[in-house]
Structures are given as structure tokens and as C-alpha cells.
Design a protein around this ligand. Sequence first.
Ligand SMILES: *Cc1c(COP(=O)(O)O)cnc(C)c1O
Ligand SMILES: [Zn+2]
Length: 422
Amino acid sequence: MKNFTGYKCSLCGTEYLPGQATYTCPKDGGNLDIILDYASIRKKFQPEDITSRTESSLWRYLPLLPVSEPAGNSTPLHASGWTPVFALPRLAEKLHLKHLWLKDESRNPTASFKDRASAVVVTRAQELKSEVVVTASTGNAGAALAGMSAAVGQKAVIFAPKSAPQAKVAQLLVFGAKVILVDGTYDDAFDLTIKAAQEFGWYCRNTGYNPFTAEGKKTAAFEIWEWWIEAHREWHKKNGILDDHSPLTIFVSVGDGNIISGIHKGFKDLMALGWIPNMPRIIGVQAVGSAAIANAFHANTEVITPVSAATIADSISVDLPRDGIRAVRAAKETNGTYITVTDDEIIQSIAELGKMGVFAEPAGATAYAGLVKATGLGAVGSDDPILVLNTGSGLKDVRAAMQAVQSAPIIEPNLDAVKKLL
Ligand SMILES: *Cc1c(COP(=O)(O)O)cnc(C)c1O
Ligand SMILES: [Zn+2]
């Protein structure tokens, strides 16, 4: 909390003290970046002070977060983040890549990347002594908010489109949130949530609206930083290259654009602290049917034109992305790009990742689908070290998973039937 000195609008650059803004810029509605006191952090901490911390959760980065330590301990809120990175040598070979890894965000407490944001927002809500937190969600943000809230006894209200996958709705209900299904799109739920929050004085977590979500999401960048120090060391040893600076390339699936913006913010924090020499490349991946940010990126504009979103990847199905401008910049300022993939390519990627032991929901597999596309387009080189994120678990959307595979045969319970089948 002491390192949190205010907000800066990503559109007009106006700065606000912590008490002068809550959500977006009062002047123009731009997304607010949280300002940290880098000088004071740098004075107090060396990178080793962070990397030697023992917490195996995102709270190991507390000195770089704008909230104080959450109350209590050993709850799911305290266990968010610190997800594993897996090497994928067989897929690397298939794609003619030398180095490929996957960071598996489905290992978070409610099985998606969104736990990072919700852990930090719920902690902020408790600091503000908000009675109720609310969010609009296609499912995962809500499940994360409901789960993190349940963990610390915070009341939560979730607005989701009635089309949200069953498993996600089940999660919301089981976590004990007040669940309200909206007969409309995610965008309808989003606008309604802001109105309800204003009307009833609730604290609103909406993605691309509440500035603290990106602060939670940036912790993935810190984990990638720590992992890369180790992986890079190993890699150098193996390749006998001592002065190689090939930057890591990170593939992220993009809906509202808040994950990619958060990851970008994390690396910007590390740059500002002087803890990394250069930025990794960040490549955003959108579904062809929900590509408002990719469209803007390729038109070389920061004007985000809404689309009428339609994709099997419900978690990234967004008409008007709420964090589009910062999401465009995340790719542009890191020499990255945007890739779009079809639903068929997404479904195919669920199957490919599955054969590596990773179960991804459609939006989770989208980043890998983008990598496949990018190798075909020559957007990445075969020597580039690459990290793809799986942002959500396949258990979240079993119906989509079943489209990625052939159904299992049903047989009579005898050996003859087995022989006939084989
Ligand atoms: C929310 C979500 C995304 C996209 O994040 P944005 O911040 O909306 O771009 C990607 N994958 C999964 C599984 C998600 O839940
Ligand atoms: Zn502004």
C-alpha cells in the first residue's frame, strides 16, 4: 500500500492521487495505470530479496503490489499464482522450434488466470471495507471473484451472460456468490454491473475498469521473469552461448485485453526498477470472430472498433474490449504482434495440448493456436525461445472439449467385444 502513490490515465496522461479516482479516468474514461514508488522500492529491495522469498504464490511479490498483505493465511486467495512452467519438446519439434514452454494457469485455485486479478481486487475491497464486490464475467472472472471472496468471507455478486458454460455457472453458485444471469451478451452484463455498483455502492471488479485487476495479472510477468532467469541459465549452459540476448516471446490469448496489459505492466515495472535489461516480445492472440484489438493493431490505430463477437472461446468473446488501447500497446511496444485464429484451429489446439497432458479450455488453447499460426507466417524464428500461456482449464467447458476428440466406443462387457474392437 505504501508503494501505491496514485493513478495515471493511459489516454490523457493525467495523474490522480489514490483518493481522487477509483475506476477509470474521470475526464475521458481511459484505463488508469497504477503508479508505484519505484525509487522507494529500489531503495528497499534488490531482485534477490524478491527471488529468495519463500511464498509459493503471487504474494511473494507483495513489495511490488499496491495492496497490503491480505488478512488471514492459507486460503485459496493466499494460494493464487506461482503456476508451473512445462517444457513441450514434442510440440516444439513438430513446429520446428528449439525451445517451447507452457505456463499452466489452469493450476490456479479456481482454474484460470483470473484468480490473480481477483486475489488482489478482493484484498483491495477488504482494505476499502467494501461490503459487497461485484463483477461482470463470461465466467472465469466471476468464478475467480466468487472463489477468492468465499475464501475470506467477502460478499460477492456476479453478473454473467445466460450463455455462460454450465461448469462456470456451477462454480459461481458453489462458491456461494449471488449469481445473476443476464439475458444478453457479456457487454450487456458489463454495463449493467457498473450501473448496479453505482446504485448500491458495491465495489466493482470489472475487467478493464478496475485498475487493480492488471496489478494482479502482472504477477504472471514476475513469475516469468524469475523462471526465465533459471531457464536462461540452463539454456546458456546447454548451448554454450554466454552473451546471447534473444528475448523470450510470450503468447497470450486476448479478449478484453487486460491479461496482456497486465503482463506488459509487470515487465514495465521490472524495467523501471532496472531489474531486466530488455522487454520480452508479447504476442496477442484473438479468435477471428472476436478480433477488435487485433484489427486495431493491424490498422495501426488505437481506435478500437467494436465487433459482433462470435467464437467457441467464450472467455475471449467480447464485442468492445475494455482494455483495448493498452493491449495494442503491449504488442507494439515490445516488438510483438497480433495473430487471429479460427475456432477450428482453437479446437485442434485443445487436442494437441491434451496429448501433452495439458487440458485447456478454448480460450486457454488459443495462445497455442496462435503460435502454430505464427510459425506458419514466419512471425517467430525457429531459434526463438517461446512461452505460451494456458489461461484456463478444460474442465471449465467440457462441451467444447468433446468437439476436440472422437467419442469413445461403447461395448458389451466381455473380452470378445474388446478383441473385436481392437
Ligand atoms: C479472461 C480470459 C482470457 C482473456 O483475458 P482478457 O483480459 O479478457 O484479455 C483468456 N483466457 C481465459 C481462460 C480467460 O478467462
Ligand atoms: Zn484521461
